[in-house]
Ligand binder design. Sequence first.
Ligand code: ADP
Ligand code: MG
Length: 495
Amino acid sequence: MSDMCRYRTLLKKALTGRGTICECSGVTCPDGAENSTCVTEPGGYCFVAVEMVIDERGEEVLERTAGCLPPDESGFMQCKSSQVPTINPKAIDCCMEPDLCNRRLEPRLPEEAWSEPDSPDVRSHAPNHPELLVGAALLLLLLTFAVALLVLLRRRRRAAKRPPSPAPLPAELSSGSGSGLPLLVQRTVAKQIQMVESIGKGRYGEVWLARWRGERVAVKVFFTTEEASWFREIEIYQTVLMRHENILGFIAADIKGTGSWTQMLLITDYYENGSLYDYLQTTVLDPHSLVSMAYSIASGLAHLHMDIFGTKGKPAIAHRDIKSKNILVKRNGQCAIADFGLAVRYVAERNEVDIAPNTRAGTRRYMAPEVLADRLDPGDFEAFKMADMYSLGLVLWEMCRRCAAGERAPVDAYAPPYHELVPPEPTFEDMRVAVVERGLRPPLPARWLQSAPRAALAAVVAECWHANPPVRLSAVRVKKTLARHLAAPAPAKLV
Ligand code: ADP
Ligand code: MG
């Protein structure tokens, strides 16, 4: 299968989590099929085949079958089998979208396969010399063949010049559950996007500011080697009830490309303040904005971690790469969590963690001690949430450093966690020795404890990065604690 084809299959799978519903008939229907329908595997085909067969009375009849074909090469080849000569005249047509698309397929047998019913008109004008008839038929056949060959050659030449169209997404009218636009619209969005400038580079892709219908959007273009992260991110954004004010707003996903290259795209809301990491380099926070910003991150994480029961419920999700570069700052100073390439979901019915099918590891500097010590049980979903809470503690610490308690109060320059304890590009071993063996954590200066909101946040930080995971606060607990400080009257100065 070509790259484009594979990406298309992946995209469809990520967006819908299922294949296409097709009409089926008789033996092509699976056992217990409902309403004569079957469902393809993601990326599979619906087909209709017509075949000229001889019935029990010895008469030629046209037999129609419909059903599902697999997404792989064998399905593809069967769709193309009309071009292969068969004993019985046969034709097949396939489609990939939308559901039940094969209801409108009408494969046509090659003209010569039809034995026209005798019509008196035609007969009266037919010449009486059989040799002439045979000659004319041969000539006609030759002509048809030459024309078909010409058309085929032309099509091929045109196809070689034309860039492939964007991936066909299932044309459902509503995305139903996921957080993006309806799937049909997602496809249109990608076509209408104009890239403006590159605004960020992560490990897994490049993020661009782009325009869509006059509005600014962010487009994350994944490196071709990072197909798994792209796939995972779409899957996570398509999760039921993902939309939340403190989670990056997902708009659409698509693929773009020509024959020789393919780009995997993720289109989201654009936040001009960039990441929290960028923001903290230049911005000093007053105590109130410090706590309200921290509250917004805890709200986003609490929503992510939460499972909502019911048929339209939301599975719990752990992020696994919480850090200031993966948190964005909105215009109103609130934050949104981004970059779900490494996230895992908890499948409650099966009591199972659906581990991301990629080998990507989190960011060393933010790895929890149990991750560094290789003691995290990947089958235990709670363990992933607790590791997120450790990383959140470090992010909150980065924010505390950039808080000025008063107009003329001193403020530290931005620093990443453990900046004094490990080299600038720490190895896994550097981190393991500092965090696990020596049990070190970034400093919490006494000065921070002098003003109420920052003192409260510092206490939260210490409880988040506890060496013993079950002792750490949960995201909901952090949210509730901070809410109390937001509701409190103007921050009391203790100095
Ligand atoms: P990666 O998976 O490559 O780490 P991210 O999604 O973390 O990609 O994005 C990389 C960087 O791009 C972020 O740290 C941030 O600076 C910038 N960025 C990402 N998304 C947006 C957005 N929606 N608006 C503004 N900047 C963004
Ligand atoms: Mg990132």
